[in-house]
Ligand binder design. Structure first.
Ligand SMILES: C[S@@+](CC[C@H](N)C(=O)[O-])C[C@H]1O[C@@H](n2cnc3c(N)ncnc32)[C@H](O)[C@@H]1O
Length: 320
């Protein structure tokens, strides 16, 4: 099937978007995603990292790279991947899918994307696809699969792994990225067993947990996957009977300085995992009010905290 044909029917499929709950379908999340003060993503780092990883792990004998990216989002990794493919040769291509129209629209609006659009024509297909459905996966084979921050969004990881195994050629590589720092763990509901956390965040999260228990807010167990690369490796080994070889785990870190008030804004708007997964708008507002109260009782307005971010990029090779 050609890339043009793969693009067909996207608009129709957007209209059918109704099942499940996905915070990324919300415009406010999409709009704040890149400039999210909490994560403070460093696009420049991704631009350096992607060519390095692809150069190291792709077989030199491959005439073309055939890349599938699932959950492209606003294109933090997609744009560096496209840039790499365009400069590598005249044949390599990327198919990217996401089931959030709001996220994709942010990607399509980006000047960095618009500036490569002409050159990318015929080699890049970006659009709607639901990774929880069989037809969300293209009907062609790839030698590179790429998923950044996606696994925790999916209800059935076994179904996902089965599908990706179906579209990955033998000797192909599978790349996944996870956010693995303490801050993310806290946001996902892991209770602090890190001695430095209270000094770092001044009991902020402890109070937040107290509220979560008080209001009985559930923590989505899927969030665990977001920071557990080794659990994912175990899952892959079990599912594929050691046919996927773990090649390497790359860690990259960056700091950001964030006013506590902005973290509360994120809680209020469901921009964090602490409130993004199924907490109603009314409850988010209540939590935000309580946390603002906490800031003022503790005379901590305008207080900034430093957050150390860490991502792990994991590469597997399909050996059989
Ligand atoms: C945490 S964001 C990561 C976005 C991007 N890969 C990045 O690293 O910045 C997760 C993305 O996966 C997408 N997603 C979640 N569930 C999906 C599904 N079932 N099918 C396709 N995409 C999905 C979301 O819409 C969102 O854009």
């Amino acid at each position: 099937m050609s890339l043009d044909a793969l693009n067909g029917g996207m608009e129709r499929e957007f209209d059918a978007l109704s099942h499940g709950f996905n915070i990324y379908n919300r415009e406010i999340v999409a709009k704040n995603y890149d400039k999210n003060f909490i994560r403070a993503f460093r696009q420049i780092e991704f631009e350096k990292l992607i060519p390095q990883i692809l150069t190291i792990h792709c077989d030199n004998g491959w005439k073309q790279l055939k890349v599938f990216e699932g959950g492209v989002g606003t294109g933090l990794f997609t744009i560096p991947i496209i840039n790499y493919l365009l400069q590598r040769d005249s044949k390599s291509f990327l198919v990217g899918r996401d089931n959030s129209k709001a996220m994709l629209e942010e990607l399509f609006k980006k000047p960095e994307f618009q500036s490569i659009q002409d050159r990318a024509e015929g080699r890049v297909s970006l659009g709607y696809g639901d990774l929880e459905q069989e037809d969300g996966y293209p009907k062609i084979d790839f030698n590179i699969l790429f998923f950044a921050g996606v696994l925790h969004c999916l209800a059935n990881q076994h179904f996902f792994l089965k599908q990706i195994d179906r579209i990955l050629e033998k000797a192909g590589i599978l790349i996944m990225i996870f956010k693995t720092d303490v801050f993310t763990r806290l946001q996902c509901g892991e209770r602090s067993s890190y001695p430095s956390v209270d000094t770092h965040y001044g009991n902020f999260w402890r109070y937040y947990y107290h509220l979560r228990d008080y209001y009985n807010i559930p923590i989505n167990p899927r969030c665990r996957f977001i920071y557990d690369a080794s659990a994912v490796n175990k899952l892959i080994q079990r599912q594929f009977n050691a046919c996927y070889e773990l090649q390497k785990i790359y860690e990259f870190t960056w700091p950001s300085v964030v006013p506590l008030d902005k973290i509360i804004y994120s809680i209020e708007h469901g921009l964090t995992f602490a409130t993004g997964q199924g907490v109603s708008p009314g409850m988010r507002k209540k939590l935000a009010e309580e946390m603002r109260g906490w800031l003022s009782w503790n005379h901590r307005q305008n207080k900034e905290v430093e957050i150390d971010h860490k991502m792990e990029l994991v590469v597997w090779k399909k050996t059989v």
